[in-house]
Ligand binder design. Structure first.
Ligand SMILES: Cc1cc2nc3c(=O)[nH]c(=O)nc-3n(C[C@H](O)[C@H](O)[C@H](O)COP(=O)(O)OP(=O)(O)OC[C@H]3O[C@@H](n4cnc5c(N)ncnc54)[C@H](O)[C@@H]3O)c2cc1C
Length: 469
């Protein structure tokens, strides 16, 4: 636990979401002396690092999660897991009745932008899946206590999308099919981490086989624009040379992925309608697009792709919380102030919750910059009066049942060890009593490190005895 904080003022700030941007805000506020309560809907506060970032990025994930732990394990921060704001606690109650001086939304973007088709949604979960649940399944399906949905990827799957995440999705499609095909037709086990590193083509060559021989037909990645429009490389500035270079790099990268993972990239096409025969979903009809300057123009040319498995990967948007204002898909912000939620003086938003996109670095940066502004333009002005501390703690107690169960278990084991000792030495007794007292005192609200250690999922790379990268 960070020991550098003796300083504490009496303002309590609630943060909704403890991941990349939320933990950044929490540590900055805690270091300034604010008391911070971080609510997260999940057991762990790591958000998309656990449920979005594909698990082959194991080292990146672990590094980022450690960084979050270092930030949240602070004397001024109380972590409350398994509480979904909007479901377990009404948002407006939290803002108005709890006594927080400010509420910061760092809840990311957890809904998928819907495909512009109607009938395909009748096949959701079988022929259609969206990126967020798909990535969740992929990252967690090996866990013994996995209770989520299961998906069966099919040959000739179609991924509709165009960002970085859609490349991850089509890679997963090809890798899952190839692992299954190699096992079934050749009795060869290939682990996911090796396959991701070497790629499908190299692994097949190594085993002197082909996609055809192992019964795999390539998937398709369909994008409405051209390969160079894919945001795979970012220009370091807006100069025409840098932009052109980044576009070229994006195109080259995409070609490399296509070659390495053996999928088909289909540029300049938008989905027009689903093809359904005798009640069965059998494919998609696409309209070809042309690009003039930066404009995307519809043509009158069409083509079909026969497929029975479609993955929508056209973007993540914030999951709406009842009570908050939205402008279409996006959280409605105060037009004069980019971090202040419209209609509320003391509600702010940071990270993917506003941007809806970006990567770890940009979410961290956004969290840092916005929190600095929230502090200097709003919180620094607050007077040091506070009345509701007891009320907040009383309410937190109700929601912190999960952590309290931990204390109960530990107390019970101490009690048992006392009971099992017929005679215990004076030293032992002092030690046990001390430990008991310390437990109930220190852990009245949280023992962050222990909680996260006990709830880390089983890692596939550990099960396989290999290292991720
Ligand atoms: C498929 C995919 C691949 C990616 N690959 C990369 C990559 O390779 N490199 C990279 O840098 N970035 C990558 N990213 C992006 C990166 O994961 C995000 O930019 C980053 O995690 C966003 O941080 P955040 O804190 O804003 O949101 P999140 O990480 O989404 O965190 C939001 C937190 O809020 C919690 N929460 C949500 N709603 C509620 C609620 N109502 N009540 C309580 N808690 C709530 C969630 O449980 C979560 O912990 C990828 C993302 C995806 C989806």
């Amino acid at each position: 636990m960070q020991q550098d904080t003796i300083q504490a003022n009496k303002h309590y700030i609630a943060i909704i979401g403890g991941s990349v941007s939320g933990s950044e805000a929490a540590t900055m506020l805690a270091q300034k002396g604010f008391k911070v309560v971080v609510f997260d809907q999940n057991e762990l506060p790591y958000g998309k690092l656990e449920d979005g970032l594909p698990m082959w990025h194991a080292s990146l994930r672990d590094r980022q999660e450690e960084a979050i732990d270092d930030k949240l394990d602070h004397a001024n921060i109380t972590y409350i897991p398994l509480v979904q704001i909007g479901k377990d606690i009404n948002f407006n109650d939290l803002v108005k009745d709890w006594g927080f001086s400010a509420v910061i939304l760092a809840n990311g973007a957890w809904n998928d932008r819907q495909l512009p088709l109607n009938r395909i949604h009748d096949y959701l979960g079988t022929n259609l899946v969206y990126q967020n649940p798909f990535l969740y399944w992929f990252n967690h399906k090996h866990e013994t206590n996995y209770k989520g949905k299961r998906y069966q990827i099919q040959n000739k799957s179609v991924v509709l999308g165009g960002g970085l995440a859609s490349i991850d999705v089509i890679k997963i499609v090809m890798m899952e099919l190839v692992m299954e095909g190699l096992k079934k037709h050749k009795n060869i086990d290939v682990d996911l981490f090796t396959l991701e590193k070497k790629g499908v083509r190299e692994i097949l060559e190594l085993h002197q086989t082909t996609l055809e021989e192992i019964g795999v037909e390539p998937g398709y990645l369909v994008y409405r624009r051209a390969a160079e429009d894919m945001p795979l490389a970012q220009p370091s500035d807006d100069s025409p040379e840098k932009v052109a270079k980044a576009r070229e790099t994006s195109k080259n990268l995409l070609e490399k992925y296509e070659e390495k993972f053996m999928f088909h990239f289909v540029p300049q096409a938008v989905v027009e309608e689903e093809i359904i025969e005798n009640g069965q979903f059998v494919g998609l009809k696409f309209r070809k697009m042309k690009i003039e300057g930066s404009k995307l123009i519809a043509t009158d040319e069409f083509f079909d792709i026969q497929t029975t498995f479609v993955i929508g990967s056209i973007g993540s948007i914030p999951k709406k919380i009842e009570g908050l204002p939205y402008d279409g898909e996006k959280l409605k912000m105060n037009p004069e102030n980019e971090f202040n939620v419209y209609g509320y003086e003391n509600v702010f938003a940071i990270g993917n919750a506003i941007t809806g996109k970006g990567n770890i670095m940009s979410s961290k940066k956004h969290g840092k910059e916005m929190t600095a502004k929230i502090i200097s333009e709003h919180l620094d002005e607050l007077e040091d009066i506070y009345t509701n501390e007891e009320e907040i703690f009383e309410k937190l107690n109700v929601y912190n049942k999960a952590l309290k169960d931990l204390i109960k278990d530990e107390l019970k084991s101490i009690e048992n060890s006392i009971l099992n000792h017929q005679v215990i030495s004076e030293n032992e007794e002092v030690y046990l009593l001390d430990k008991t007292a310390k437990l109930s005192e220190d852990r009245q609200f949280s023992n962050y490190r222990r909680w996260v250690a006990e709830h880390k999922p089983t890692r596939l790379e550990e099960m396989l005895g290999i290292k991720g990268h």
